[in-house]
Design a protein around this ligand. Sequence first.
Ligand code: MSP
Length: 647
Amino acid sequence: MSKFYVTTPIYYVNDRPHIGHAYTTVLADVLARSHRSLSDATFFLTGTDEHGQKVQQAAEKRGVSPLAHCDETVVRFQELWTRLGITNDHFIRTTQANHKRIVAKIMQDLYDRDEIYKADYTGWYCVGCERFFTEKDLVDGKCPDCGRDVNAITESNYFFRMSKYQDWLIDYIQTHPDFILPAFRANETLGFLKKPLGDLCISRPKSRLSWGIELPFDPDYVCYVWFDALINYISGVGYGTDEEKFNSWWPASCHLIGKDILTTHSVYWPTMLKAIGLPMPKTIFAHGWWLTGNSKMSKSLGNVVNPMDMIDRAGVDAFRYFLLAEMSPGNDANFSEDAFISRYNSDLANDLGNLLSRVSKLTIRATGGEIPAPNELNADDAELANAVTQAISAMESSLESYKLDQGINAAMNAIRAGNRYLEKCAPWTLAKNGDTARLHTVLHNAAEALCKVAVLLAPVMPQKMTELLCVLGADKAGISGIADLAGLKSVAGFIMKEASPLFPRIIVETDPGAAAPAPKAEKKAKTEKSAPEKTQAPENVLISIDDFFKTQLKTAKVLSAEKVDGADKLLKLSIEVGPEVRQLVAGVAQFYSPEQITGKTIVIVANLKPAKIRGIESQGMLLAAKNGNDLKLVTIDGDMPSGISIG
Ligand code: MSP
């Protein structure tokens, strides 16, 4: 059995948790859940960083003690993690007695061994970052990290002999390619280490800052907040209190961090561990930032995304999915509500939701619910099985590389392959023609693909994938984690239940009467759209084939039609698109009566965001040619089932 110990940074307790904090914690959670599901012994640590000047100042401002302030603010993080389904094994607070004792013990030990010494020091201090900088570190006389003003301070302080480990650290990074990931962050650290490394000031005089852990060898000083905070990674798993526990978890498998705290983790922490005499963590993985409108989120810019709002709007699992699918760790990602809605609707509501509803409806119609055994297999079946196998191996390797977006993407590709498979094999036609042998094979294979992908995505969307596995009847067979996939011989015999929509579409609603979508700030929930105005591409601009294929054109059969009250031009159609029945509102009433249009096989844009027209939801758009006062529907030449892709 392997072991996996993952950590997040401990968050400043003063801050309000935002999407950046949520991202790291969800990423750690998905890694922890995945390793647990692979039966690895797993420990997941997160917590809060509670000492330092900012907390002291905030508490003073509110007229409460720093600890009382922390006790009140820590709840914001704890509540959010509960809401997000975070499965941390321990929540560490740096104000806990055990942590403070271990920090003091380590400092005393380093002091006794002359790893810590006292000296006079003049430095430039940034209150915001709680860090000292040398003159040459400054950028235009300001803090190199946050750009704010710095103050010159001369005082006696204690120093950790970090400089003596510089050569060792360079060599360690160069000989351990997995130590700092992505690799360009290792290069960044090596670049930093080209300059002589100074010793690290690890104390603050109490006259200036009293909210910290007192130095055991000098009661006039407290410990520098970063020196205190980094130690959480070992105090949180029993260092100095429970050696057996500590030895079973340390060294950590992965410290997940944001790119702004790379140096503290890739230079301070390894040299501290070396001085303490402990082995290095296997990997320090630095992810990028979430930006809004291409700038870093900050309170002053007012562009902070509150995770609770997103969860309220779309649910926990959809939010977790979006965070991980949208960011390629290592790079920055931009958050926008449009990107969120578009990914939600296309990946979850459309691709995943449709596959589940089709498989469940068709199986219940064909067998009453029992997933049938497959018969002879052909090339289409092999293609689907191959997409699923690729998804499994991509997910496994993305767990190794921490690039979970790649595993998720492969899983969604398998879902799309499942939808294409159904369109190609057309089980609805097989049923109509009485080809039961092939029908059973197709239903079985589609259900099996769905089951396997649901297991792969369960760490990302635990609640929804559990629901999905219940619909498939897989829960009864004890299928819940990746480790169970190897033992899954067949889904035949599972009893399928009727599926209610796992991810109801989010309807984008804009101001009534607006020709173009209303500006973002005015966009509001649950308003309605007038008949959509179409923007034509300029005549002579060429598009690529990929652009064309972004539009999903499909055949659809008009089941019934009726006039829309008070709208001369509109017909409300009920259309069949494969096994799905949709409602569509079209401006064709002056050219076709309900009777004339009923029964026709038309062509629709199937992946258009739903919109409300005169209060009625339209799930797609039909194609027609309009010439002045004449309009003709685009129809299919000959007999063709509905739901067939056109391209
Ligand atoms: N307390 C220190 C960490 C000590 S770890 C021993 C700290 N706290 S923090 O609350 O300011 O930041 C915690 C993490 O949030 C960092 O990894 C930081 O990179 C991350 N993020 C803060 N804003 C972010 C985004 N906009 N996007 C992604 N992550 C970002 O630093």
